[in-house]
Design a protein around this ligand. Structure first.
Ligand code: ZN
Ligand code: ZN
Length: 454
């Protein structure tokens, strides 16, 4: 703290130039006379764009007024010089640099799994003038590419209008992993405001955000998985860890994979098994994030990179790994083959008339496993040819059945529904499969059909 002209100011110690200027001239930067009222969840970039809209100035002048310096660029998602900006904001705005960073940028998301040392370094960079905040928080590590256009939800814009608010960009929607608005369960759309390296401050308008703007995700992606990722991402952005690994990104994940039995003696993760057991999920996500296929059987690809404790944890990768983990069929830890006399079990074939009836008696194999408690893994086959696995724990609870094979009922179903003109996605829903996995199975088994799904 320092006293200038009898007023008490808190100065940021990592801003020597700023402190010097203040002390030499005897004044801190002049406060702006006006600044738009920040909305909950609004991106800082959006507040600046509204400021420009109201003052009618050029992009460069605005930058000069807000930061005391013309920027060629200040990243939309992780801007810097926030302490400079906060000093200029009118007092009634009630935000300091840290609050700007935590409430109006994507910093809380990207820094969620950072070690304390990296975290404070990144925060200093965002408040101060050194920049490159993205690099410091490990943003941009594959497999999710950065956004190219600012994104919006039609219903959120409509909501703002109805509440008498200015149209504004929401920060959550600018996370590349977000493909859905989690408030409205509505797929996000690309505006035509390009996220560029030059300082451009545009507010959403009917011209930049038309109702028929393109969706950010392709139709063939597994929407349920992508919605799930969107929910996880929003929860992290708001400071809640979506699954029980807590803030301990690397180690928590390694432990979780190990608990599924996906670890070799010596502690290395078992990449071939991980690749095998996540193939369906990867298929579902790949249309939206193609680089996710680089989960290599040999060395683990992006996942190995993300789980490497020597690197900054990438939040995107942690969320993806969490999703893969949940979908993985539990693997045996100790292999003791026994025969079970229990049963019969339910047929889980969604395409069979006897679906849900307890008629399955054929046990292909059973193993003692550990999956959140001791349990018994069973690979079951119904007379209709459907095969699935399930783990029953000692306390009588069990995992969700995991489909291994549809059996012959699938080919019949595919031929009939495609001939009847049922849309492909609807058929996939009936088969309780995500469209991408079903497409793969159809291709692999060479099942004839009448859809255009090449
Ligand atoms: Zn919305
Ligand atoms: Zn059956």
């Amino acid at each position: 703290m320092t006293v200038v002209n009898g007023l008490l100011f808190i100065l940021y110690p990592w801003q020597p130039q700023l402190m010097q200027t203040a002390l030499m001239s005897g004044a801190l930067p002049a406060k702006l006379a006006v600044f738009p009222e920040p909305y909950p969840g609004e991106l800082l970039h959006s507040m600046m764009a509204r400021y420009r809209f109201y003052t009618g100035q050029s992009h460069c002048t605005v930058s000069d007024e807000l930061f005391g310096q013309s920027h060629r660029s200040n990243p939309v998602d992780l801007p810097f010089r926030l302490a400079d900006l906060a000093l200029r904001l009118p007092r009634r705005v009630g935000l300091d640099g840290d609050m700007l960073l935590d409430r109006h940028t994507l910093f809380p998301y990207y820094s969620a799994f950072l070690d304390a040392e990296y975290l404070s370094e990144a925060r200093v960079a965002a408040l101060g003038s050194s920049g490159l905040v993205g690099n410091r928080v490990g943003k941009g590590i594959k497999p999710i590419p950065p956004i190219k256009f600012l994104r919006f939800c039609r219903k959120c814009l409509q909501d703002a209008r109805e509440k008498g608010r200015d149209p504004h960009w929401l920060r959550a929607h600018q996370l590349p992993i977000m493909t859905f608005c989690t408030i409205h369960d509505e797929p996000l759309r690309n505006s035509n405001c390009r996220v560029s390296t030059s300082m451009r401050l545009d507010v959403p308008s009917s011209r930049s955000c038309p109702a028929d703007a393109p969706l950010v995700l392709p139709k063939h992606a597994a929407w349920d998985l992508l919605k799930r990722l969107s929910l996880d991402a929003v929860s992290l952005l708001e400071g809640t860890y979506p699954f029980d690994i807590g803030s301990d990104g690397h180690m928590g994940l390694r432990t979780a994979f190990a608990e599924k039995g996906l670890v070799r003696t010596g502690g290395d993760l078992d990449w071939p098994s991980i690749a095998d057991s996540t193939a369906d999920l990867i298929d579902g996500l790949a249309p939206a994030f193609p680089a996710i296929r680089a989960l290599s059987r040999k060395e683990g690809g992006w996942l190995a990179y993300a789980l490497n404790p020597k690197r900054r944890t990438s939040t995107d990768a942690v969320l993806l790994a969490g999703l893969l983990l949940e979908g993985i069929c539990p693997r045996p830890v100790s292999v003791v083959v026994t025969t079970s006399t229990q049963g019969p079990w339910r047929c889980e074939n969604p395409l069979a008339a006897h679906h849900g009836e307890a008629i399955v008696t054929e046990v292909v194999r059973t193993e003692k496993v550990y999956h959140r408690g001791k349990g018994e893994f069973r690979h079951l086959r119904c007379a209709c040819g459907y095969e699935y696995s399930i783990v029953t724990r000692e306390d009588g609870s069990s995992t969700k059945p995991f489909r291994l094979r549809f059996g012959p009922s699938l080919a019949r179903f595919i031929l009939e529904t495609s001939l009847a003109g049922v849309p492909f996605w609807k058929a996939a829903k009936t088969a309780k499969s995500d469209p991408a996995s079903l497409k793969r199975i159809i291709a692999e088994e060479g099942i004839p059909h009448h859809w255009d799904i090449a």
